[in-house]
Design a protein around this ligand. Sequence first.
Ligand code: CAA
Length: 283
Amino acid sequence: MEIRSVGVVGAGQMGNGIAHVMALAGYEVCLNDIDQGALDKALALITRNLDRQVSREKISAAERDTALARIRTSLSLRDVAQTDLVIEAATEREEVKHKIFEALLPDLKPETILTSNTSSISITRLASRTDRPERFMGFHFMNPVPVMQLVELIRGIATDKDTYESCLSVVERLGKTAASAEDFPAFIVNRILMPMINEAVYTLYEGVGNVNSIDQSMKLGANHPMGPLELADFIGLDTCLAIMNVLHEGLADTKYRPCPLLTKYVEAGWLGRKTQRGFYDYR
Ligand code: CAA
């Protein structure tokens, strides 16, 4: 099935990036959120990021304008249900995701493919509460979406071959590279990345280093573009903690125990860049 339109549920950090790259690749995009303010903010951010690409001569001004014209925003899931491919990019809470899929079901076209941008939650479990587990899979982008080359494609136990191939062709049209992952907690990227970030927080917690020395060590000593604490702030400490909890519960191994300092920061509402305070102070 050829995919022409894409519905993105959730206009946050990931959702706006997904809408941006989909529109640029020629898809008609319906960007949905429950909050008009979030939609307005997302459109402003997409415009700013497209402008940045124009100023760096990555795209032309005409391509920017066409991409923007392809994005419509909506507060109603009914509009999303009419698209060919739905990408759920709401908050990383399983119940919220189930509710979104359940709300979409009555209005969905039979052929629509449902996907989730979840960074860690079981695709098989999310799919099992829909009417189309064979047309359901994980479509996981990396942040910042317009810059990062990888998309993880995760098949649930029932995902069929056509669904996988349709999603793969979308990744190719985006000019990105797909990595195929099996449906186990946190898939590939976060299975490896999050324990490293968690270990960096333990390194801070135990006083082995301070925020600057830990980040500098990994930037200059391991050639990472960002230090692990800076990266945690960038991803969101709540998301990092949610992923560690999925690993800890799903794999039942103490090596995935979230660092108590990470939990404390989240409890304090210090979630990183989005709240202007995390391991660094952005105020
Ligand atoms: N939209 C469009 N372009 C953007 C952008 C955005 N949101 N953010 C950055 N860019 C572009 C810049 O315009 C710049 O383009 P040029 O190369 O043409 O100059 C390029 O990206 C680099 O940006 P900057 O020069 O501003 O900054 P930088 O060199 O410090 O790079 C970074 C920024 C790309 C974010 C880099 O620090 C990096 O790669 N960091 C690591 C990011 C990472 O690990 N992401 C994965 C997180 S894990 C995840 O997402 C999975 C999950 O489930 C949690």
